[in-house]
Design a protein around this ligand. Structure first.
Ligand code: GLC
Length: 438
């Protein structure tokens, strides 16, 4: 009997999400002028800098060690299957040679289009392409004041607001979107960021201001299969919680949706030299598993330096994750939440592959010798550790445990299946038991 026949339906997406829910794991890249400040990608706003003050970075952006082939190797070897790069972040600076602005990489000491070789390198390794585009823009002259703007407290900036033509900025956004989709395609995913609620006397910016419906219509005409995130305030295909792990499969209006958690290695998206809250490989692998066990994707962020290298601390984590993925990717790709009928034991997470009908038991805290699975007796044909394909013995509910197995039937429910584990935890970050269901 195949499990999950009556699996709960997931809200349909307008774009093609088949690859996305199969691939599960992607690399986010935040790279821009803020990499030189090396203290968070919001520094322009946090430190209330005007264009003149911020121009010191534009004048000195010279990523001489930039090697997108290396970046793409790191992503692929970590097991990532797609990437999403900040083509333009809130600062307004463009990594590509846009014909609609001078505020772009070609006019810095970099002197070249930095996006094109990146998309080429990642695509040539089979990764799907996602482009992040900031709706906020702290450089465009017609972008009006809001609660996030770096110059929100400067009267000389606020006074000119009435003479700004926000429509010019909207046209700019539409033009750049068209440019990215036509000149850098095929683009599989667009990640727009973000809508601002009205706050502290400033008006918000949302679907009306961005003209989201019109924008989405244009995008769908240019790229019918593209996936869109949810920050344009008009639904979107992918729900994108940021920097937290949801408790369960995310629902919107009561329906399960396609979702993706995005996370940093440390507390910042852009390169932050002195940030010390780096997550361990162990924690990151558990976050990936936890995400897939709830039917989601994980987009893990790197913030390359101003010289164009991926931070060595990130490289260390990527390699650690890759080490685990090499032997355990079967419990991630093509997997999703297990059908509700399978109750998960303490300190564990299930993922499930509906195609192969295999259930993956991820053990976050290694128990002593026995793992009891109530309700599982008679349902598993074979069990093995995933890292080395070594058989795991099973005791069916009614069967007495032998003295050799070192346990008595201390009143287990008759439908319990007991897995007999080695005393020593396998030498992998998170051990996984592959259960071949009947
Ligand atoms: C936030 C931040 C931004 C970051 C993004 C990633 O919205 O403004 O700096 O790019 O989250 O999801």
């Amino acid at each position: 009997m195949k499990a999950g026949a009556a699996a709960e339906e997931i809200r349909q997406t307008a774009g093609d999400s088949a690859w996305f829910t199969r691939d599960r794991f992607g690399m986010f890249i935040h790279w821009g002028l803020y990499s030189l400040g090396a203290r968070h990608e919001w520094l322009q706003s946090r430190e209330f800098m005007d264009t003149e003050q911020y121009s010191k970075y534009f004048k000195r952006f010279d990523p001489d060690l930039y090697d997108p082939e290396l970046w793409a190797d790191l992503a692929r070897d970590a097991g990532m299957k797609y990437f999403v790069v900040t083509t333009k972040h809130h600062e307004g600076f463009c990594l590509w040679d846009s014909k609609y602005t001078d505020y772009k990489a070609t006019n810095t000491p970099a002197g070249r289009d930095l996006l094109r070789p990146m998309v080429d390198a990642f695509r040539s390794r089979g990764l799907k392409t996602g482009l992040y585009y900031s709706l906020l823009d702290w450089h465009h002259p017609d972008y009006t004041a809001d609660v996030k703007h770096p110059l929100r407290f400067r009267n000389e900036f606020l006074e000119k607001d009435a003479s700004r033509h926000f429509q010019n900025y909207v046209d700019y956004m539409f033009n750049q979107t068209r440019e990215l989709l036509t000149e850098y395609g095929p683009v599989d995913l667009m990640f727009y960021d973000f809508s601002i609620p009205a706050e502290k006397g400033f008006p918000g910016k949302g679907k009306a201001e961005w003209q989201s419906e019109k924008l989405v219509k244009m995008i769908r005409e240019l790229a019918p299969n593209i996936l869109l995130n949810d920050r344009l305030q008009v639904g979107g295909d992918i729900t994108t919680p940021e920097q937290y792990q949801p408790r369960e499969w995310i629902r919107v209006n009561g329906r399960r949706v396609v979702w993706e958690a995005c996370h940093t290695f440390s507390g910042s998206w852009g390169y932050y030299r002195d940030e010390e809250s780096w997550k361990s490989v162990d924690m990151l692998v558990k976050m990936l598993i936890d995400t897939v066990s709830k039917g989601g994707n994980l987009l893990l962020n790197v913030g390359p330096t101003g010289r164009g290298e991926i931070d060595e601390r990130a490289i260390d984590r990527l390699k650690g994750i890759g080490e685990w993925m090499k032997r355990h990717q079967r419990s991630i790709y093509g997997c999703t939440a297990a059908p509700d009928e399978f109750a998960v034991p303490d300190d564990c997470r299930f993922t499930y592959n509906p195609e192969t009908n295999r259930l993956y038991l991820h053990i976050f805290s290694w128990p002593f010798k026995h793992l009891h699975l109530p309700g599982f007796s008679g349902r598993v044909e074979y069990a093995q550790l995933l890292n080395d394909a070594s058989e795991i013995g099973m005791v069916e509910g009614k069967q007495e445990m032998t003295m050799e197995a070192g346990a008595f039937n201390e009143g287990r429910p008759a439908d319990t299946l007991t897995l007999k584990l080695p005393v020593k935890k396998p030498n992998v970050t998170v051990p996984v038991i592959e259960l071949f269901l009947k």
